[in-house]
Ligand binder design. Structure first.
Ligand SMILES: [Zn+2]
Length: 270
């Protein structure tokens, strides 16, 4: 019976992921434009017509409509099915990795926030405060119930009992790298008289630390910045763009790097 329940759990996560992915698409389009994510119902950005329920089924509708809006024939961005598919896969992978429903929920929320930030930074170079600061706050609340892993801070505070160890891991994670980056950007701005790292990236680091703790955030930061620099340089060389003027979507790479961390085999052994 246990195996059957496990299958139902994973299948449920997969379907939930597809549906949540559909909602994340709405967030990716509307939050940077300061539009409500609840009302009105989904509409085509080309003809403003409301999308019928049958044309709004994750992935399937895109395939059936051959990527075109039914009323006006405008192309639907490939991002729509891609986000639905990746969210479905992420939720499935989370369910397989985290058999405890509370932990799985926390990491599904984290991956969802990262998915939206990945795309808003990629498409518009925007990392909305609602998600970075709001997400950091949410991570803080969740740290009471679900452990933020980390062995570094407990070395200095060995007598802390749960859940305080987790709360302290969350709080230190939120301020550690964001604090360092903020300080570096202030120094850079003073010396070079121009802005270095954006405030959005600094707030994103706070979010990553609040969910992953210092060690986890460091891993996400390393994975994200190494792949970011390599892909960024490759892209600039490939397209012949000017390396000094090309603005790398650093937040996109940070989100991708951090999104991998909950799946690392040594992360959150409990
Ligand atoms: Zn249309």
């Amino acid at each position: 019976m246990a195996a059957d329940l496990g299958t139902v759990y994973v299948a449920f996560a997969a379907v939930a992921g597809l549906l949540v992915g559909s909602f994340l698409n709405v967030c990716i389009y509307r939050i940077p434009r300061d539009l409500s994510v609840v009302r009105p119902r989904s509409f085509c950005p080309a003809c403003n017509q409301q999308i019928r329920a049958v044309d709004n089924i994750p992935i399937l509708s895109y395939l059936l409509l051959k990527g075109k809006c039914r009323p006006c024939g405008a192309s639907i961005a490939v991002r729509y099915p891609v986000v639905e598919l990746t969210t479905g896969l992420l939720f499935t992978a989370i369910a397989l990795r985290y058999p405890q429903i509370a932990s799985a929920l926390k990491w599904c929320i984290f991956e969802s926030i990262l998915t939206v930030l990945f795309w808003t930074d990629f498409e518009a170079r925007i990392l909305p405060d609602e998600l970075t600061l709001g997400g950091t706050l949410l991570g803080f609340v969740l740290s009471v119930a679900i452990t933020v892993p980390g062995d570094f801070i407990p070395v200095f505070l060995p007598d802390l009992r749960p859940p305080w160890q987790s709360v302290v891991n969350c709080a230190t994670g939120a301020v550690f790298f964001s604090g360092i980056m903020w300080l570096l950007s202030v120094i850079y701005a003073t010396v070079r008289k121009k802005q270095g790292m954006g405030l959005g990236d600094i707030k994103l680091l706070a979010l990553l630390g609040a969910f992953l703790g210092i060690e986890g955030a460091l891993q996400g930061l390393l994975i994200g910045s190494v792949t970011g620099v390599l892909l960024g340089v490759a892209y600039v060389l490939w397209t012949g763009k000017d390396l000094r003027s090309y603005e790398l979507p650093f937040g996109t790479f940070l989100c991708a790097g951090a999104g991998i961390v909950p799946f690392l085999p040594w992360f959150a052994k409990q």
